[in-house]
Design a protein around this ligand. Sequence first.
Ligand SMILES: [Zn+2]
Length: 181
Amino acid sequence: MSLPQKVIMITKICTKCGEGKKLGEFHNSVRHKNGKHPSCKSCRAIYDHEYYVRNSIIIQKRTSKWHESNKTRHNVLGRNWKAINKEKIRLSSRNYNNKPQIKDKNKQRQNKLIEDLRDSYIKHLICQNTNLDYSDVPDEIVRIHRTILKFKRSEKEKKDERNYGKKEYEGISEKSRRCVG
Ligand SMILES: [Zn+2]
């Protein structure tokens, strides 16, 4: 007699799809008397998604309102957590940046930055050669610096092309361009 009772205990019938499923397939709920939602996780996910689609504007408004009103509290909590977990953050960010795929990604991003002569890269160069702060570099100076760098690059490319010929030039172009930048 005890065996069938046990079987009933560990499975439950979903009110939406009507399937008998293991209790683990149902979300916990304090509002329902057996501690489980009447519908299974998959049915719940479909329902939640449909609900979100129907009410997305209201939900987004509510979320941004919450963030707005809890900004200070949220920031203070974040700052406190960061202050307490400094070492933890340092270690996890080092681990993250040491992952081969992240290393590759960072390198690619860095190369792209140099290749495109982005503002941040030019500012970085200016800061290295002057005692200006990163945020103090005027936009006008960045623009002038970019023009100069572009000119230098094109001059160097022309020179390389003359010196090494087209085929060899293709191979060294990126490296030499980086030297100028
Ligand atoms: Zn279901």
